[in-house]
Design a protein around this ligand. Sequence first.
Ligand code: ZN
Length: 259
Amino acid sequence: MQKLGKNLGGYHGETIDIRAVLGDVKAAAPAHGWDSEVFHKINDLDLFAFHRKSEAKNPKPPAARIYISAGIHGDEPAGPLAALKLIQVNRWPENAEIFLLPCLNPVGFTLNQRTNADSIDLNRDYRDPQAAETRAHIAWLERQPQFDLYLCLHEDWESHGFYLYEQNPDNKISFAEKMIEAVKKVCPIDPSEIIEDRPAQNGIIRPNISPHERPLWPEALWLITQKSRQGYTLEAPSDFPLATRVDALVAAVNVALNF
Ligand SMILES: [Zn+2]
């Protein structure tokens, strides 16, 4: 599979109608047992959180709590489409509680730009939040229980294939290699030894981070310091066909769901 060669200096591939995509999410979710909450509104666009309880009766061990977010960058359409596909396919572990936020930056999608309308990169705004979207998201997060796992769905317009970041400070059983194996069947993996200025191996970046030395926090740093002890930022390569990127993100998420 070859790169499309469209992304010269930024994302120039297919775009989505975010209102239509979120309309489809809203239509599909209740039929599959999801509760939804609008936790912020910007003009006529809603920021949604969807929640799905464990179906296990008297679960032992307790249900795993898994958090999945997408659409924080408005030029990365595969994330919200992957969230929609996951809801439509409706294949979830019986003993898991899922928190799914399909689009954290809907205004960015209406502009096909990474940032929100005020040119704030929301994924650098979690240490000292300035944007209304980030503040509302953190306020929502603070009302939730701890998560066993977080998954942040992204795309990278420059990459040569799929890659991921792992945060796993307690050395729990890693999903990283299995995710790469699963994604490899549907999408190329970025073979680069340096990705985004960090050492990478077979599409896996395990960054050495000192959150308190970093002035600008992505969502994942907030999550790993406040809410979870393991998580993955999944990066689909956006110079490949959109359907391939959606399949790549869904394949990686399914590994985390133990399928
Ligand atoms: Zn991104």
